[in-house]
Design a protein around this ligand. Structure first.
Ligand code: FMN
Length: 455
């Protein structure tokens, strides 16, 4: 029996100023003005994307104690931006990356429930767990979490948020003008939670929102991160694996873990970040990609990206020369502060990179472009549509979170040229299925109400 064609989930990602975007392009707009967010979100909605997605940086990155202008994350607050976007979109999901280490559940659960109300059921939360002391300094004196506790806190944070969202039932607001009764029960919103991280009780002030629980994503790919994603908490995992060779084993692993936790097949969606470059011919696209990649990652930018793993000052190494001949220094004081570390084992990562550079003849800068430049989908619109579709149909993922090097208009050509081809082959919707983000993603309402009775 042949398997039905998987429907591709699409999220749109709008980056700030970093090695994935080209702020110096004459066509580039602001990474902070509302008009940029509005343009990108409305373009995504025109392409029937499932959601709009914002990453989060809670500290300006530093190199040896100085902010470096090659990588400036300075951005407005996600929840506030998505709230404003709710007013200028009608079907698009709105997913905010928000850290579970530096926030408090009552505050965030209120904000997310509010976005869900204001958008008519389109809110989502991407949980991240960066826990470094450098970022923590912005939040509380000396306050940060030990790395090994980041998922313990995230799990408890999500459990508390779910309890808060469940403290109101959908029918609690009666508003019966005949009897004069507004609330159905006097204890609406009442909650109590006592755990290692949080010990709170009181009343939640936001009545149940259209989705009940916003859609939950998780970004983090360690064994603990995968367990957290598959173990029933999140609905999807945002993955960094954008080549099929890396993505398929990751996808299998998430599905196996999810099954071990008793979740129905396919209930933990896997969504890698992806970027594209289009051309009239393949050669044209390859040349355009080459130019964009060099604008995204300058020689200095390449040194800095590699410093995040080497943890050494690499400014003396020629970007167009071979990889640094020194070993990384994983235990020394940090050269780069404030960047999420997704390559935990520096020695192992560098030895893999050396092999990659040797077999491809990569210079330092070419290796940085290969490893940190996320553009795997380069070709004519037909080739890009073919490859995206094959990636999903061959279980590399359930879809993509698509970004472009150009803020905010980069997505336009994808929506104009690639989306119709994916729709033609039946892999992408031609209209929204429902009104909430859950409806469109096919994620059933969250129904575990055991938190109401648990101590
Ligand atoms: C694809 C991906 C995207 C991420 N995006 C962010 C982000 O926007 N903000 C942030 O603070 N951390 C981000 N992180 C960092 C993670 O939350 C986490 O701190 C890091 O991956 C370490 O967790 P792990 O050991 O489970 O991978 C991201 C991680 C991944 C893999």
């Amino acid at each position: 029996m042949t398997r039905p064609r998987k429907q591709i989930i699409l999220g749109a990602y709008l980056g700030g100023v970093n090695h994935q975007t080209v702020w110096s392009d004459p066509a580039a707009g602001s990474q902070i003005e509302f008009a940029s967010f509005q343009h990108a979100a409305q373009t995504a909605e025109r392409g029937k994307f499932d959601f709009f997605f914002l990453a989060e940086g809670l500290a300006l990155r530093e190199r040896l104690g100085q902010i470096f202008d090659q990588d400036v994350i300075g951005r407005p607050d996600n929840i506030t931006v998505l709230t404003a976007l709710a007013a200028v979109t009608s079907h698009l999901g709105l997913i905010a990356t928000v850290n579970a280490t530096f926030n408090e559940p009552y505050e965030l659960a209120r904000q997310l429930a509010t976005v869900d109300h204001l958008s008519g059921g389109r809110a989502g939360w991407n949980i991240v767990t960066s826990s470094d002391a450098f970022t923590g300094g912005n939040f509380r004196r000396g306050g940060f979490l030990k790395r090994e506790d980041r998922y313990t806190r995230a799990e408890e944070f999500l459990a508390v948020a779910r309890r808060l969202w469940d403290s109101w039932s959908a029918d609690d607001v009666l508003a019966d003008t005949g009897s004069g009764q507004f609330l159905r029960r006097p204890d609406a919103g009442e909650f109590a939670f006592s755990g290692k991280q949080f010990d709170i009780s009181g009343r939640f002030t936001v009545p149940r929102s259209p989705q009940g629980h916003p859609v939950i994503l998780q970004a983090g790919v360690s064994a603990e991160g995968r367990e957290f994603a598959a173990g029933g908490g999140p609905d999807a995992i945002f993955s960094p694996f954008h080549t099929l060779a890396e993505a398929q084993p990751f996808y299998r692993d998430i599905q196996e873990r999810s099954a071990r936790h008793g979740r129905p097949a396919g209930s933990t969606k896997v969504l890698p970040g992806a970027a594209f470059v289009l051309g009239d011919s393949e050669a044209d696209a390859v040349e355009r990609h080459r130019e964009i990649a060099l604008a995204q990652i300058s020689g200095r930018g390449a040194q800095i990206l590699l410093e995040t793993v080497w943890n050494r000052d690499l400014s003396g190494y020629d970007p167009d020369g071979p990889l640094p001949d020194v070993d990384p220094d994983p235990t020394g004081p940090l050269v780069i502060q404030g960047r999420a570390r997704i390559h935990q084992d520096a020695l192992d990562t560098v030895s893999k990179w050396r092999a990659l550079a040797a077999s491809n003849g990569f210079s330092l800068r070419q290796l940085a472009v290969h490893v940190f430049g996320h553009t795997e989908f380069v070709g004519t619109p037909t080739q890009v549509a073919d490859r995206l579709d094959a990636f999903v149909q061959n279980d590399g993922s359930d879809g993509f979170i698509i970004g472009s090097h150009l803020t905010p208009t980069g997505l336009d050509e994808f929506v104009d040229k690639v989306v119709p081809l994916l729709q033609e082959r039946g892999s992408l919707r031609t209209d929204y299925d429902g009104t909430t983000l859950r409806d469109n993603l096919g994620i059933p309402a969250y129904t575990d109400r055991s938190s109401l009775t648990a101590a």
